[in-house]
Ligand binder design. Structure first.
Ligand code: IMP
Ligand code: MG
Length: 177
């Protein structure tokens, strides 16, 4: 599949994603049993993953959105993260952040640093994809769906210059040599 100037091939099927999402939801349901959650969905990328996983959660929850931008239109993290914290008092709340992919860790480090100032009861992250070998900042991620090598992927919410978010499967960029 061609998107803009690059060619992509299927990398993770929708079925495989669904089974990973099921596993993560089960872990979260077990861990937060008897508690309440404040879920923060990181836009835009996490919108599809979040829509799938929240429908499997049996924990009473409130949902907030946070729009984060660190990438621009390139394939490399810019290191500059822009976001606005939701207008809500997170003090003593159990916060669960839903993210699509963690690459350098810069985006989530900025966000968790801002949220810790509210003194939440707990603050954890669930990410569908992690590229651990790309980390610039070591960040604790309690729930990781799939570990991948340092490649560029699209689909299931993830984009290349705002294309490909709607694809049901995940595709990886074929190296252009
Ligand atoms: P980090 O701050 O480097 O961890 O970047 C995290 C953000 O970069 C994610 O929320 C994505 O929006 C974006 N990102 C990182 N890797 C990819 C990728 O392979 N495809 C599409 N977006 C990515
Ligand atoms: Mg994102």
């Amino acid at each position: 599949m061609q998107i803009h100037d690059h060619v992509f091939e299927k990398f993770i099927s929708a079925d495989e994603i669904a089974s990973v999402v099921n596993r993560l939801a089960k872990e979260i349901n077990d861990d937060y049993s008897g508690k309440e959650l404040v879920i923060i969905i990181i836009l835009k990328g996490a919108f599809i993953f979040a829509a799938d996983i929240v429908r499997l959660l049996q924990i009473p929850n409130r949902i907030e959105f946070l729009s984060a931008n660190s990438y621009g239109s390139s394939m490399n993290s810019s290191g500059v993260v822009e976001f606005t914290v939701p207008d809500y008092n997170f003090k003593d709340k159990h916060i669960l952040i839903i993210e699509d992919i963690i690459d350098t860790g810069l985006t989530l480090t900025s966000i968790t640093t801002a949220l810790q100032k509210f003194s939440p009861a707990s603050l954890e992250i669930v990410t569908l994809i992690s590229k651990s070998s790309m980390r610039i900042i070591d960040i604790h991620v309690k729930y990781v769906g799939i570990e991948i090598p340092p490649i560029f992927i699209i689909g299931y919410g993830l984009d290349y210059d705002e294309r490909g978010r709607n694809l049901p499967d995940i595709y990886s960029k074929i190296p252009s040599g």
